[in-house]
Design a protein around this ligand. Structure first.
Ligand code: PMP
Length: 310
């Protein structure tokens, strides 16, 4: 049987023993940085492939720097701890890996980041599809706007920032949609609640720039490279208006959890014929091999882990 373990306080413990106190600052104020990383099972090689952990941990440490969270690990150390935990747990299936750096101080009436202690924790859970869909996702434009950099910087994964995504996602799902697309304060398309967005117009692949309040997604970067290197198509970063999405040939969402998810409808309007488009479906296949260590050209993006037989 695989074991559910967590790394916290510098050591590995059973998940039920990884606890924090009720006065933990991060619980009250969202003062934490997190990441979402996938480890993908490759049956032929009998290994898990952790996808682009270096880039995830670089972004993680950038977030820590913004929130003044100090942890005693660099990217290489974080990758080593991750491989060790994944191997120790012994799961032989797709996993979601959650690193969390947080203000662990038991101080509830203190808003000064520099006066608060920090902790690092890591956990992993079996994880299949995030948006389990048949055909394209049905999306709506959210009534919630994407957070501005002048409010809480959306370029890093600050726990408290995710209330913004959670409000939008909840509103969308309770109204019968699969996912929400958020506009920024200027009314331009920003991203999904946990995904970046792309549209295809006349063979050109277009995605919003960082200045439109997006998280600089690692899947976004992966897809952009695959589009250029494997399909010879141009990727353009530019501001997108809401109505351009309605008229696009294809729209898709990208994220570690969501992989590449084609969008079939937005605000009850079909995107082209409402079916999954040719570029999206080609990318789904390419991406699925790349993240499972099945494409030698991109194996350098994968960190292998051999789960212990338990
Ligand atoms: N935007 C938001 C708001 C997200 O939470 C995520 C998931 N991390 C993404 C985009 C996609 O980023 P990535 O491809 O690095 O997972």
């Amino acid at each position: 049987m695989p074991k559910d373990l967590a790394f916290i306080g510098g050591k590995t413990v059973a998940i039920e023993d990884a606890k924090v106190g009720i006065m933990t600052h991060a619980l009250h104020y969202g003062t934490a940085i997190f990441e979402g990383i996938r480890a993908n099972w490759n049956e032929d090689k009998s290994k898990l492939f952790i996808f682009r952990p270096w880039e995830h941990y670089e972004r993680f440490l950038q977030g820590c720097s913004i929130l003044k969270i100090e942890i005693p690990y660099d990217v290489e150390a974080l990758c080593r701890i991750t491989v060790d935990l994944v191997e120790e747990c012994g799961y032989r299936q797709d996993l979601y890996i959650r690193p969390l750096a947080f203000k662990s101080a038991q101080k509830i009436a203190n808003l000064k980041l520099h006066e608060l202690d920090d902790e690092f924790a890591l956990m992993t859970v079996p994880f299949g599809n995030y948006l389990d869909l048949e055909g394209g996702a049905r999306c709506c434009t959210s009534s919630w706007r994407r957070m501005e950099d002048t409010m809480i910087p959306p370029r890093v994964k600050i726990a408290g920032l995710y209330v913004n995504s959670i409000l939008a996602k909840t509103e969308a799902v309770m109204a019968g949609f699969d996912e929400a697309i958020m506009l920024n304060n200027d009314g331009n398309v920003s991203e999904g609640t946990g995904e970046n967005i792309f549209m295809v117009v006349k063979g050109q692949i277009i995605t919003p720039p960082s200045s439109d309040n997006i998280l600089m997604g690692i899947t976004r970067n992966t897809i952009a490279q695959l589009v250029q290197q494997e399909m010879g198509l141009e990727v353009v970063e530019r501001t997108i208006k809401r109505s351009e999405l309605y008229l696009a040939d294809e729209v898709f969402l990208t994220g570690t959890a969501a992989h590449l998810t084609p969008v079939g409808h937005i605000d009850n309007r079909p995107i082209a014929d409402g079916e999954i488009g040719p570029i999206g479906s080609q990318l789904i296949n390419l991406y699925s091999d790349v993240i499972r260590g099945k494409n030698p050209k991109y194996e350098h993006w994968c960190l292998p882990a051999s789960p212990k037989l338990v």
